[in-house]
Design a protein around this ligand. Structure first.
Ligand code: CUA
Length: 492
């Protein structure tokens, strides 16, 4: 009897939880509302069966409870009952599978007018490619894959020269047009998953899998890897931005073509070459160059720094260690950071350029007399550590903005990107998502950098992370914002 009561409580609790749950579907951002329908059908079928079994158990527990004189009977077989069970189970299974097969067929039957992008999974990051103006992807082959060209594009294929290469974790797609996602993996099984488009597909080494969707809701959505692919799996994340066509075009235009990426980091002084490589290869996504904390050790002042390794030993960072960490990142892991970096096989010249660039990022003050190797090449004007002394505050602000990739979201020319433009920001009237307003003065700008979601400007998503900057860097950014504004604030 007690078991029957527990079962009744369980049944009531499950039904209530189903309807009162805090875990609901996110708003669907694609044409795949039908995938939600199949989930609901499956939930309904399994829900009805679960309830039927629970009620049957409760009925049996009460009706056949232990009583004097009641004896169990052995019944080895009941053909009629078995046929009923087989029939009902079959109906339930068909009801769950058939809608899924219909939707899956739509999901992989791509409309004629769809445009394409390619997503490539590598332990543990995403890279993307769009066909160039010719609309045709260049061919790729495993033998062309290296750390510098992770997509393995054939260097001689004319169709591939204008392909746009996106070596970062962020992908744009234009609104309201069908798009076909072509999925490849370079190493192990990955899975491309964007919950808001309800789309998910395994990426299998050696084959190209695909699905299609139409973006229907502007926004920035997380791309997750949904297949356990090694220790860095949890960190294999990116973003998909659904943007209006003109915004998408501008973004795509800013990405290097394959032909351009082949010459990346071959012009300018050694430091400039290194900077181009570091930005082009996405190193700065994990390694800050200004000392700010990130996923990996900062490069500011890295040479001569005493570093604790994961095995408990310590090491002074010199050129040999720095080079080894690029071509064999797992050899000596720095304590406190996850072992998620992939190996890069740069040429010797490229490594020289990256070393020169990292050296140009300056020394930590308490190590300023350490014996870091000097680069023979001219350090030029991009020597950040020495130039910050003779830079104006406004110039320093521009540098801080560039180093922290602020311009990825905030334009300075008045165009609207992900965040509000900085043009004429200072002194302007702001309207916030809660309906209040304020004048953008120095205090407001400071607050928006350190605590971005305190006041969210109307019409923008609360997506900005707090940016950990020093007082001096914030002063510089404020000066930079003031210089970009024709307005002013009374009393400031
Ligand atoms: Cu890639 Cu998990």
């Amino acid at each position: 009897m007690a078991i029957a009561v527990v079962l009744i409580i369980l049944v009531i609790g499950s039904v209530l939880f189903n309807f009162l749950t805090p875990w609901t579907f996110t708003p669907v951002a694609s044409n795949w509302g039908s995938i939600d329908t199949t989930v609901i059908i499956t939930l309904a079928v399994t829900g009805v069966v679960t309830l039927a079994i629970a009620f049957f158990l409760i009925y049996v527990l009460i009706k056949y409870r232990t009583r004097p004189g009641l004896k169990a009977v052995y019944q080895p077989e009941n053909k009629k009952l078995e046929w009923w069970l087989i029939g009902l189970s079959s109906v339930g299974i068909v009801a769950m599978l058939a809608p899924g097969l219909i939707v899956y067929n739509d999901y992989v039957t791509v409309p004629e007018d769809a445009h394409e992008f390619e997503a490539v999974g590598t332990q543990w990051r995403w890279t993307f490619r769009y066909p160039g103006d010719d609309g045709v992807f260049g061919t790729s082959e495993p033998r062309f894959i290296n750390g510098q060209l992770p997509l393995g594009l054939s260097p001689d294929d004319p169709n591939g020269q204008d392909d746009r290469i996106i070596l970062s974790n962020e992908l744009y797609v234009p609104m309201d047009r069908p798009v076909k996602a072509l999925l490849r993996s370079v190493d192990v099984l990955h899975d491309f998953y964007v919950p808001q488009i309800r789309a998910k597909m395994d990426m299998v080494p050696g084959i190209v899998s695909w699905f299609w969707f139409t973006p229907t809701r502007e926004g920035r959505y997380e791309i997750l890897c949904a297949e356990l692919c090694g220790v860095g799996h949890y960190n294999m994340r990116g973003h998909m931005v659904m943007a209006p066509q003109d915004e998408f075009d501008a973004w795509l235009e800013s990405k290097p073509t394959f032909a351009e990426s082949l010459t990346l980091g071959t012009t300018g002084g050694l430091v400039d070459q290194g900077e181009a490589l570091v930005n082009g290869q996405g190193c700065v996504a994990c390694h800050s160059v200004d000392g700010s904390p990130s996923l990996a050790p900062t490069w500011q002042g890295i040479f001569g720094r005493e570093t604790s390794l994961a095995d408990g030993s310590t090491i002074i960072v010199d050129e040999a260690y720095f080079r080894e960490s690029i071509i064999d990142p797992q050899a000596k892991l720095v304590a406190g950071f996850p072992p998620v970096m992939i190996a890069y096989d740069f040429s010797e010249e490229q490594l020289d350029a990256i070393v020169a660039y990292a050296q140009s990022l300056g020394q930590e003050s308490d190590n300023s007399d350490s014996s870091a190797p000097e680069s023979e090449d001219d350090m030029g004007s991009s020597d950040a550590s020495s130039s910050s002394d003779d830079m104006s505050l406004e110039e320093l602000g521009a540098q801080v903005a560039a180093q922290n990739a602020c311009n990825g979201c905030h334009s300075i020319d008045g165009s609207q990107v992900i965040g509000p433009t900085w043009k004429d920001l200072y002194g302007s009237q702001r309207t916030f998502s809660d309906g209040t307003t304020a004048i953008a003065d120095e205090a407001y700008i400071r607050e928006s950098i350190m605590n971005p979601t305190a006041k969210v400007v109307e019409g923008f998503q609360p997506v900005m992370p707090p940016v950990p900057l020093s007082e001096e860097q914030i002063d510089a950014l404020v000066a930079y914002a003031k210089a970009n504004s024709s307005l002013s604030v009374e009393g400031e």
